[in-house]
Design a protein around this ligand. Structure first.
Ligand code: GBH
Length: 461
């Protein structure tokens, strides 16, 4: 289908929210300004060998200084909402205790600018940048960090609760726990199954405790954002089926089930205990974690086929506890520059599966997007036909799920602009807007224009 055909076929429910997403460490820069403390991502990115080319978020998109221009850009695109995260070490440089008012003031100015532009702020409290001071005391592997997260949440809601309606606790606790503590490919860069499993539970506990504080503060709506990677077995052999079950358990169900139904999946509990890395659940924790949500944030990028077997030496360390005898297959067909496959059909299936797992819970697509090698051409334009195609096909896949009953209320493109792609540095570009990192010049890509056109048609019915 041509972009025009795909575009013409899209219709969305009334009131559908259209936005774009970013995260603090990926765009803000200004790492040493206004009393900001260090986070685990400062430490990680400044450790030689950890990130592509030694890239760091020190400057990033300089959004901290350019937020007014960036909000103007959002208005130009016609966004009705913007999802961003607050940097914990900007607000509490030592992770707990002393509040840095200048940090809170930045977010207040940003939110006011958004509101003035008619853009609804969707605030995420934690997108991976734990204060280093708390890591020094054990980080997420330590139970106390969950309580510190709740205290931090209370500080932010106290400062911004009068102007931000939509709140999210965590972004992708799977990544913070397993990629950060098991594969070591994200901060804090550990390869320790026991710490990883402890981090899983303490992140979720932190979510539940923070949920209580947000509710007490009377926020209008709150949720949590989870990332989902649908897992399929390479064959229907018992070994491959079991490999897919184990990875689906730790990637998807271990985070979803406790949040929506108050229990870890029994098979995952057994797998982790067998691997010597049991979940450190105490009495009453699961009731806290299962605090009722107003919506579930869903991040979707690709699906994964897996088989059982010894991991070849060229595969990176597994993120999954007891996943040493599981191999991810290379995707079939075209891949993005991240090496990720493209499967809109799996997106439809995921949304229908979530609808069945959590009936009555509205879904928000809090991230979806793709990375490509974009360049500004001699005429000053960025032509990104692959991203246009990815965007329109995934919007179509989402509306197909909506037609079949999935209660999806909104979509946030990842990302508003190119940014610091964690361990992959600035080499990966996910933006609807191109960023020239030498000049900080922003250029709306073709995909940004197409997204603006989708939004315009929806608005005008
Ligand atoms: C998101 O992470 C982040 O929220 C965002 O900050 C980031 O920039 C963006 O995506 C793009 O990377 O189960 O072995 O197949 C998504 C990261 C990608 C991590 C899929 C888990 C699956 C691993 N996720 N990945 S596996």
């Amino acid at each position: 289908d041509s972009p025009e055909d795909l575009l013409a076929g899209l219709t969305f429910p009334p009131g559908f929210v259209f936005g774009a997403a970013t995260a603090a460490y990926q765009i803000e820069g200004a790492a040493d300004e206004d009393g900001r403390g260090r986070s685990i991502w400062d430490t990680y990115s400044h450790t030689p060998g950890r990130t592509f080319g030694g890239h760091t978020g020190d400057v990033a998109c300089d959004h901290y200084h350019r937020y007014r221009d960036d909000v103007a850009l959002m208005r130009e695109l016609g966004l009705s909402a913007y999802r961003f995260s607050v940097s914990w070490p900007r607000v509490l440089p030592e992770g707990a205790g002393r509040v840095e008012q200048r940090g809170l003031d930045f977010y207040r100015r940003l939110v006011d600018e958004l509101l003035e532009a008619g853009i609804d702020p969707w605030l995420t409290l934690y997108h991976w940048d734990l204060p280093q001071a708390l890591q020094d005391r054990g980080g997420w592997a330590d139970r106390d960090t969950a309580a510190r997260f709740a205290d931090y949440s209370a500080v932010v809601v106290d400062a911004l609760g009068d102007r931000v309606r939509h709140w999210s606790t965590l972004n992708e606790p799977m990544c913070s726990s397993l990629i950060g503590h098991m594969a070591g490919a994200h901060a804090p860069g550990l390869q320790d199954p026991v710490a990883a499993s402890r981090a899983v539970h303490h992140l979720l506990l932190g979510h539940g405790l923070a949920a209580g504080r947000l509710r007490a503060a009377g926020v209008e709506s709150f949720g949590i954002t989870l990332n989902f990677t649908p897992m399929s077995p390479a064959t229907d052999s018992p070994a491959d089926l079991d490999a897919a079950r184990r990875l689906d358990g730790q990637q998807n169900r271990m985070f979803l089930d406790p949040v929506v139904s108050g229990a870890y999946p029994a098979d995952v509990v057994d797998d982790l205990a067998a691997a010597g890395a049991p979940l450190p659940v105490q009495d009453g924790d699961l009731e806290i974690i299962a605090a009722p949500l107003d919506w579930l944030g869903v991040n979707y990028y690709f699906e994964q086929t897996v088989r059982a077997g010894a991991r070849p030496a060229d595969k990176p360390p597994t993120s999954f506890i007891g996943g040493e005898n599981v191999v991810e297959l290379d995707p079939e067909g075209p891949t993005t520059t991240m090496g990720w496959g493209i499967s809109p059909r799996a997106f439809t299936d995921l949304l229908l599966w979530l609808g069945a797992k959590a009936p009555g819970l509205p879904l928000m697509i809090t991230e979806n997007g793709s990375a490509w090698d974009d360049v500004v051409d001699a005429e000053g334009a960025v032509h990104d036909p692959e991203r246009v195609d990815f965007l329109l096909r995934h919007l179509a896949a989402m509306t197909a799920a909506i037609e079949r009953g999935a209660d999806v209320r909104g979509y946030f493109a990842w990302s508003l602009m190119d940014n610091f792609e964690w361990a992959r540095g600035y080499a990966q570009r996910f933006g609807l807007v191109h960023v020239d990192y030498d000049t900080q010049r922003r250029t709306v890509k073709d995909s940004g224009r197409v997204y603006a056109e989708v939004l315009r048609r929806h608005r005008e019915g």
